[in-house]
Design a binder for this molecule. Structure first.
Ligand code: 2BA
Length: 109
């Protein structure tokens, strides 16, 4: 068994969850926060048989859209002092960031 952990955009979460449910996958949705943008995103975790990992990733890829997001950045060396005007920087976020891990044990008790 594998554990798939996928960090996706909040706006894609319900479409992906719906499709996973329709295809018979179990998944858990966690509210998470990106360390760089400090804005909300969604982490899905799903335990699946190894043979189904590629299909699961395909579903996430098909619904997870890449987006541009703008963040305000202080000029280099500005620190936290006043008098500096933050400037906007555009970053490309997602589709999805996906980790696949081995599961040593899976138990429901
Ligand atoms: P954030 O950490 O908020 O990052 C949002 C986007 O900002 C990233 O998109 C990337 O384009 C950019 N970015 C991140 N760190 C950067 C840096 N040090 N310098 C310049 N640009 C940077 P994605 O790569 O698509 O990542 C989307 C979200 O997936 C991340 O949100 C984070 O929550 C998660 N993530 C990405 N890589 C990860 C990793 N190696 N481990 C854990 N979580 C990760």
């Amino acid at each position: 068994m594998k554990l798939v952990l996928a960090i996706i955009h909040d706006d894609d979460a319900y479409d992906i969850m719906d499709m996973l449910r329709d295809r018979g996958y179990s998944a858990t949705k966690l509210a998470s926060t990106g360390g760089f943008l400090r804005s909300g995103n969604t982490t899905l975790i799903s335990g699946v048989d190894e043979q189904r990992v590629d299909e699961l990733i395909g579903i996430i890829e098909s619904k997870g859209k890449s987006r541009k997001q703008v963040m305000a950045v202080n000029p280099p060396g500005a620190g936290t002092g006043e008098g500096y005007v933050p400037f906007p920087v555009e970053v490309s976020v997602g589709g999805a960031t996906i980790f696949v891990m081995d599961v040593e044990q899976f138990r429901k008790v």
